[in-house]
Design a protein around this ligand. Structure first.
Ligand code: UT7
Length: 324
């Protein structure tokens, strides 16, 4: 069985920073509420003319910068996004064209906040089977496009950005050692994007802008149990112990969720990489950006045992364990 690992990482975040104080001018909220309830201090906001694809391309270029595999050597591109700029073509095809990855197959996956890990798991299966040798996996979100800026319960939580990684065969004992992927479709109404069904529209009706609807408290509980149990599961599946884990890169939805996951999973919170204070919840891109920064800041080094874990709409939970 081939070992597949991550050989390069990349990220892109838009320049514009929106602080909690900026949001105090938009909705009835406070820096104090947002900070204590979520851990978020600021988030990035894409330019009006900056698309999910633009951010995906920048993250891809960033990953290619440090990659042993050049663009022409990429055989598969998967983009995870819940905020695509048009129904088709896939963002991945536009990335392919922009980076000159002429020899690749390209498509998108939709799994909201768990999209990046779903895409990594999907790519890994293609690489393990031998159908493709290398893959570029990107998560890109213009989540702020899906916000109702008058809904303080959701508009303070999300931000824009993108992350990427390149998968390729690695030496034995290294790479992705275990994975977990599960959906609890029965809870799909806890977090969704509300759009009007076109079939129900009267002629000439103005179509409502899509907006995120969330039942935060219910989600919180499922997020904690699902992610904590997924961490334990991938560690056990890899034949390792919790003490062997050097770094956990979790979905960045709420700092209080991360604390509760650490406690329930039995892994010290010091081992969790957290950047929610800077970016808020960037959906699929959150764990991708965090992975890049954990490597950049030296929390992940060659030989580190890394667990990535995500949770989101669907409800989809995903995790993997990587020997870096
Ligand atoms: O990424 C996908 C996965 N996402 C998640 O897993 C999110 C999980 N949920 C959460 O992280 C938290 O539930 C939230 C951050 C969304 C909300 O925190 P909470 O502690 O559960 O707050 P709450 O919804 O229970 O609201 C508490 C109070 C309410 O006021 P009352 O009814 O107690 O008077 C809200 O109206 O806080 C109020 N509130 C706000 N106040 C100031 C809600 N949003 C705001 C706000 N500013 N932005």
């Amino acid at each position: 069985m081939k070992n597949i690992g991550i050989v390069a990482v990349g990220k892109y975040v838009p320049e514009r920073i929106v602080t909690n104080h900026d949001l105090e001018k938009v909705v009835e909220t406070s820096d104090e509420w947002i900070t204590t309830r979520t851990g978020i201090k600021e988030r990035r906001l894409a330019r009006r003319d900056e698309t999910t694809t633009d951010m995906a391309i920048e993250a891809a270029k960033s990953a290619l910068d440090g990659s042993p595999v050049p663009a022409e050597g990429i055989e598969l591109i998967i983009v995870a996004t819940a905020s695509t700029d048009s129904n088709f073509p896939a963002v991945a095809c536009k990335v392919q064209s922009a980076i000159g990855a002429k020899n690749a197959a390209a498509f998108d996956v939709s799994a909201a906040c768990s999209g990046f890990l779903c895409a990594i798991t999907t790519a890994k299966q293609y690489l393990t089977s031998g159908m493709f040798k290398t893959a570029l996996v990107i998560a890109a979100e213009k989540a702020t496009n899906l916000l109702d800026w008058s809904d303080r319960a959701t508009c303070v939580l999300f931000g824009d950005g993108a992350g990427a990684c390149i998968l390729a065969p690695v030496e034995e004992g290294r790479g992705i050692l275990s994975e977990y992927l599960h959906s609890a479709g029965e809870f799909h109404e806890l977090l969704y994007v509300k759009t009007e069904e076109p079939a129900q529209l009267e002629f000439n009706t103005k179509i409502q802008k899509p907006a995120i609807v969330m039942q935060g408290q219910e989600l919180f509980k499922v997020a904690v149990t699902s992610m904590a149990d997924a961490v334990d599961l991938v560690v056990e599946k890899a034949g390792l112990k919790l003490e062997d884990v050097d770094c956990v890169v979790p979905h960045q939805a709420n700092d209080r969720i991360i604390s509760a996951v650490a406690k329930r999973a039995g892994v010290s919170k010091d081992k969790f990489f957290i950047n929610i204070q800077k970016y808020g919840n960037t959906s699929a891109a959150a764990v991708a950006i965090a992975l890049y920064e954990a490597v950049e800041e030296g929390m992940i080094k060659p030989g580190s045992v890394v667990v990535m874990v995500t949770f989101g709409s669907g409800l989809v939970t995903a995790a993997n364990l990587i020997k870096w």
